[in-house]
Design a protein around this ligand. Structure first.
Ligand code: GLU
Length: 450
């Protein structure tokens, strides 16, 4: 494949959630796989609902997921392009003014429904004469503008859904320009896709119907030579069957980040749910790049259980190599010659990354030991071997303790853990002990804060 150009085009009218991360990642991974370009395009022509603060938050969320755009565009800064395109359509007789109010349109729809007809716009405005239009304008009405659809069947080969078609005779002529002159999503999207030479439009299947209109618009704007390839992926939904929506705070990318969920787990869940590949922990986005196949997305279960994400996040942490967390550890002052062994000792025990801070305190900071069996601890203290310590020290030390005290199993290990770490569960002591070191171990076994 020659180098593709793709885009993720959110409207910055809210924060993005894991369902939005799906097209973002699918586009980004597709671009990476084929050495193409990934554009982040803010569809912000709805000036009332779009907010700069949301656009910035979306950039932050994407960066956290590892999605780095090659180019960022804001449609609000490209309005003159859309105005020229609208003029091309008017000149070709494909964009016509309509004067119905929302209430009038609603009444029409109700009448159609009552008669068992589909609620398709009746094109009454097309029949208006120049003088009727002038009269309506004199009343103070401003027109909104509809695209005159060809009432044909539009076909395309969808990369996910295969052969697809929509009968445009069943659609209302879509409104492209509002009465206040602002643009709805359709025209700017097509104009930008043409202008940016978008080769593949990868997005949710809620846009399938729009595709027929957009293919007609591409033609009407004279760009039919290189229409993009369309790929409509299935949408994520919750196990409850409920759809994800922008209002779903707990699965917003920001909320997941705050809960301590790993970005790689969110990415894996966003991409692999509803694919033929089982959800599994990944070590880097590259793994998803390798396995990406849009054709594998079709018609499989897309139900997401938020509990699975937390579990996947923990499993993700358990497999991360030190190199990939070195900087994050350092940001929490977990650094120095012990850092690597520390990571290997604790990672398998983490539910969230931030727990490293507590375990680092056990190893490097001060904790209050819990004394459960004073007698055992006294013997343990006196039989602590000399350093250097390694991963075998724990086994040889506790074997000796067992012989001397007759204690075994929980009666032996539980008091030692409580004394050495102040906690009753955690990573293997064999790995922790050499990191804690003899000075601290000896103090803690004597019941001192150390
Ligand atoms: N702004 C549209 C959306 O958020 C973009 C759809 C598309 O990718 O064309 O749904």
């Amino acid at each position: 494949m020659s180098q593709p150009t793709v885009r993720f085009a959110p409207s910055p009218t809210g924060y993005i959630h894991i369902g939005n991360a799906r097209p973002a990642l699918l586009n980004y991974l597709f671009a990476r796989k084929h050495h193409g370009e990934f554009i982040l395009r803010f569809d912000d022509t709805d000036l009332e609902r779009s907010k700069e603060e949301y656009a910035r938050a979306i950039e932050v969320d994407l960066a956290w997921l590892g999605v780095v755009p090659d180019l960022i565009l804001h449609q609000s800064q490209r309005l003159s392009l859309y105005a020229s395109a609208a003029q091309v359509l008017r000149d070709a007789g494909r964009l016509y003014p309509c004067y119905e109010t929302a209430e009038e349109l609603d009444r029409k729809r109700k009448r159609q429904q009552a008669r068992g007809l589909p609620p398709v716009y009746d094109r009454a405005a097309l029949a208006l004469s120049a003088s009727e239009r002038a009269r309506l304008e004199a009343e103070g009405r401003r027109p909104h503008w509809r695209f005159l659809l060809d009432q044909t069947i539009v076909r395309w080969e969808d990369l996910v859904r295969g052969e697809s078609h929509i009968d445009c005779a069943s659609l209302s002529d879509p409104v492209l320009v509002r009465a206040d002159g602002s643009y709805l999503y359709t025209l700017p999207s097509v104009v930008d896709d043409i202008d940016q030479h978008i080769t593949h439009v990868i997005r949710g299947e809620d846009h399938v119907t729009n595709t027929a209109v957009q293919i007609q618009l591409i033609d009407a704007l004279g760009a039919s030579g290189h229409p993009p390839v369309f790929a409509h992926h299935n949408l994520l939904s919750l196990v409850t069957g409920e759809a994800l929506s922008k209002r779903l705070g707990s699965l917003s990318i920001g909320a997941l980040r705050e809960q301590g969920i790993e970005a790689l787990a969110v990415a894996a869940a966003a991409v692999l749910t509803g694919s033929s590949i089982a959800l599994h922990p990944i070590k880097s986005l590259d793994e998803l790049v390798q396995s990406l196949d849009l054709g594998q997305l079709s018609r499989t279960q897309t139900r997401l259980d938020p509990a699975d994400i937390a579990a996947l996040s923990a499993r993700t942490l358990h497999g991360l190599p030190f190199e990939s967390v070195r900087d994050r550890l350092a940001a929490h002052d977990v650094a120095g010659h012990k850092a690597r062994d520390f990571w290997h000792a604790v990672r398998g025990n983490l539910s969230t990354f931030l727990e490293v801070v507590d375990w680092w305190r056990v190893v490097e900071g001060e904790i209050a030991p819990v004394v459960e069996d004073r007698e055992l601890l006294a013997v343990a203290h006196d039989s602590l071997p000399e350093e250097p310590w390694d991963l075998a020290t724990w086994a040889s030390w506790t074997k000796r303790l067992k012989e001397r005290t007759g204690r075994a199993g929980k009666a032996l290990f539980h008091p030692l853990r409580l004394a050495l770490t102040g906690l009753d569960r955690g990573p293997e002591l064999a790995a922790l002990l050499p990191l804690i070191g003899r000075i601290k171990a000896s103090a803690r076994l004597s019941g001192h804060v150390a």
